[in-house]
Ligand binder design. Structure first.
Ligand code: MIG
Length: 772
């Protein structure tokens, strides 16, 4: 194996909007994408190939640089990239000269055989978060990871790699923050000091270019905003996907699914979604129905709809080799499948038996795939679950010489799932017209948030897996994926009733709330756990439905800014070392205002760390001064959830599914705080794309304790809210912290305060509530 280390610059010149530097080994290029985003690409190829599956932005038109005898400096208003010429090294600073990140001065960028690696300076106090769906701790310092999308059914809290690739991390040291996205789709590696005696951190890939984007914003939220600006943000999700989802491998017939759906209604347990796993198909042939067990898909789905349920069906990529099967015949006729270099179609075995694999790297194939969904949409399916798209085949590894588009398998394995999700999203969006499709994918790459939700694959029914799942949800949030779920209850194995109850209560605070189980496990639905447990599960699911206005507004924030709904505390409390403590590392903010502390099912008290500020347990109203750890009660019917002082949390009454109108009252909860706060309330029709053309209802709600005011700003958007009244609930305003509230006026008119509650009309004009 040959080892080559990037040597000295031989020439440097501006070419259009890039700075191009040549060494004996390679060509380096630098582009400015924004004041806080700089791209560096170092390639052995002379021509730069500029395809990216992830990036949707273009560089700025010009680059600002100046050169002296030993350095070239590229500057933006926020960043300084100091490029050392001999040997060529890339060192990043803030505009005012604080050192953010440097190449390792000895080894910098190098090639080890075909592998391309970047060794970087590791700071003594440096921590790392990110990489999306990865096991291990929140702080990734001292750990190493591989990206190679894989089907890992029996993974444990240490397994690596898993199903998804997000080569983006945030580094933090000396009070500074930076982000780095390594946009290389080959098998890739990240090592945060694990193998280098804490001398260096490094990342690299089996082949391809050293192609990265450096983010220099000085807080984690802004780095996430920049990363999602670069790679795209999610569309507004269909409202129904935020309800409770019931899945199983498999409900075996239409009748079984209808019976389950009816039982939800009979028990008054809210739910929105039922799933068909692989057994709805005829011999696992994608885009077919088993006509014995699902004799009339349309009337089946109509019945589900009449009960207020939506149906999601699974599709795998593998197309069964079987002449006479439509997708097979069409795919063969048009050459839509992945091939060996001589043109022979690749065959891998999966559920249907011998299969060909659609080449999702071709536009025509994506269009064909997308159009095939009419077999599902015509009877009324609205959600499309993409499984096995690592891609998985029995025996796992697809031969390296198999071609997809212009690529061989190792170059794009990590993107196959994303391109399948893209084909599914684009195709179903077209078919459904103005209706939002729901796509859920298991494999993913950076940028997948533009097309699909993800779940964390085949987890297991034990406590450590529940906690791992939460860390992965939080970590996926750092890498742009906001609509994320885990199999509530654990896919394989049977949860104890306690674990089921506990996990369900955490599911309330999981962006996508789906109960799913493997074939052969015990039935999992809420009523299978005894009456007392069913009561708790029901109450928790009801809490989810009450929270929908808050949750939907939080997804609007994801749509607008890329900030996730479930946020590791490292986003807002980056410099607080306690949030990385293994005891507290699973805690997260759910939206702007709520903090959730996951607790295992065998413990009925919890050690909880509350960061600086005021906190209130939402179930009891109890007040906690932040900046401290507490031991709190955590019985199975009361997961520790805290509202931040100043939290503004709009809620609604309990409905049985999101098609129900509810009582028209928006319950706006405000918890007293010493500092001013605000919340962007957002509503739209929950199902169409009209919001892209102004049909929404949005206003800022703000709390100003200094002036004793809660303000509902003017409305923007064309939609009239479905809530005609506002019920304002003032939590802990009657206390020695706030001073007792005696009178409340709404737009100057004195209102009756009954307990903590004041009611008024939800008018389109600004509303000022003053309390004295
Ligand atoms: O080989 O479709 O992760 O959620 O239930 C297993 C059957 C295939 C794996 C998915 C799981 C799904 C299962 N699938």
């Amino acid at each position: 194996m040959e080892v080559q280390i990037l040597g000295s610059a031989q020439s440097a010149a501006k070419q259009n909007n890039a700075l191009v530097i040549k060494t004996a080994e390679a060509t380096a290029r630098v582009w400015i994408y924004s004041p806080t985003v700089i791209r560096v690409s170092i390639s052995k190829n002379t021509g730069v190939s500029d395809t990216s599956f992830a990036v949707i932005q273009k560089p700025e038109g010009s680059i600002d640089s100046k050169e002296n005898s030993d350095h070239i400096e590229v500057t933006t208003s926020a960043l300084k990239l100091s490029i050392q010429k001999s040997p060529l090294r890339f060192n990043f600073y803030t505009a005012d000269g604080k050192e953010l990140s440097q190449d390792d001065s000895r080894f910098g960028v190098n090639w080890q055989g075909t592998r391309v690696i970047n060794y970087r300076k590791l700071y003594k106090d440096e921590r790392f978060i990110g990489l999306g769906e990865k096991t291990g701790d929140l702080d990734r310092r001292g750990s190493s990871y591989t990206n190679w999308n894989s089907d890992v059914p029996d993974h444990n809290p240490k397994s690596d790699p898993l199903y998804e690739t997000f080569p983006f991390f945030v580094g933090m040291h000396g009070g500074l923050t930076y982000g780095l996205f390594f946009d290389n789709t080959h098998k890739s590696y990240f090592d945060f000091g694990a193998t280098t005696d804490h001398q260096m951190s490094w990342f690299g890939a089996d082949a391809g270019d050293m192609n990265y984007y450096f983010f220099g914003a000085q807080n984690v939220a802004d780095i996430i905003k920049d990363y999602t600006w670069l790679t795209g943000r999610m569309e507004m999700p269909p409202l129904w996907t935020l309800g409770y989802q019931q899945c199983r491998w498999s409900y075996m017939s239409a009748q079984e699914i209808l019976d389950i759906a009816k039982t939800f209604r009979d028990h008054n347990i809210p739910a929105d979604v039922m799933y068909c796993d692989i057994d709805y198909m005829d011999h696992y042939k994608i885009f077919t129905w088993n006509h014995e067990t699902f004799p009339d898909p349309k009337s089946f789905i109509d019945k589900l709809k009449s009960m207020g349920f939506r149906l999601v069906t699974i599709v795998d990529p593998g197309i069964k080799v079987e002449p006479g099967y439509k997708q097979y015949d069409e795919g063969v006729a048009k050459n839509y499948f992945a091939t060996y270099p001589n043109g022979e179609k690749f065959i891998g075995e999966v559920w249907p038996g011998r299969c060909h694999f659609p080449d999702f790297f071709r536009d025509d194939v994506r269009k064909w795939w997308g159009a095939s969904f009419t077999a599902l949409t015509e009877p009324g399916v609205e959600g499309f679950w993409n499984d096995m798209n690592e891609p998985a085949a029995w025996g796992q590894n697809i031969p390296w010489m198999v071609k997809f588009g212009n690529y061989y398998m190792p170059e794009i394995r990590n993107v196959y799932g994303m391109e399948m999700a893209r084909a599914t999203h684009e195709g179903t969006k077209k078919i459904l017209g103005n209706k939002r499709p729901f796509v859920l994918t298991r494999a993913a790459y950076s940028g997948t948030q533009r097309y699909s939700a993800v779940w964390t694959g085949d987890n297991s029914a034990y406590d450590a897996h529940m906690l791992l799942g939460q860390r992965m949800v939080n970590s996926l949030g750092i890498t742009g994926m906001s609509l994320v779920g885990v199999d509530i209850g654990g896919f394989s194995g049977d949860p104890t009733p306690e674990l089921m109850v506990r996990w369900n209560s955490l599911g309330v605070y999981t962006p996508m709330f789906r109960n799913h189980a493997m074939q052969g496990t015990k039935m999992r639905e809420p009523w299978r756990w005894g009456e007392a447990n069913e009561k708790i599960i029901k109450k928790d699911i009801e809490q989810r439905y009450k929270l929908l206005p808050y949750l939907y507004s939080s997804f609007y924030q994801s749509h607008q800014t890329g900030l996730p709904v479930s946020r590791t505390l490292a986003i807002n409390y980056t410099q607080d070392t306690m949030v990385y403590n293994p005891t507290y590392q699973n805690q997260f903010l759910f939206g702007d205002g709520l903090l959730v502390a996951p607790v295992i099912s065998t413990e009925h008290t919890a050690s909880v760390y509350l960061p600086k500020g005021e906190w209130y347990r939402i179930s009891s109203g109890e007040h906690y001064e932040g900046g401290k750890a507490y031991t709190v009660d955590a019985p199975l019917n009361d997961l520790p959830v805290f509202a931040k002082g100043g939290a503004i949390v709009p809620m609604q009454n309990i409905i049985q599914n999101t098609n129900e109108k509810g009582d028209g009252i928006l319950e706006v909860n405000v918890w007293y705080g010493k500092e001013a706060s605000k919340f962007v309330y957002y509503e739209d029709d929950g199902s169409s794309y009209d919001y892209e053309h102004g049909t929404y209802h949005k206003r800022e709600i703000s709390f100003d304790p200094a002036n004793k005011r809660i303000k509902f700003g003017v409305i923007s958007g064309l939609l009239t809210s479905k809530y005609t009244k506002i019920k304002l609930v003032l939590h802990q305003f009657q206390s020695n912290i706030s001073g007792n509230v005696r009178t409340v006026s709404v737009n100057g008119e004195i209102k009756a305060l009954s307990g903590d509650v004041v009611m008024f009309d939800n008018t389109n004009s600004a509303i000022t509530v003053a309390y004295h």
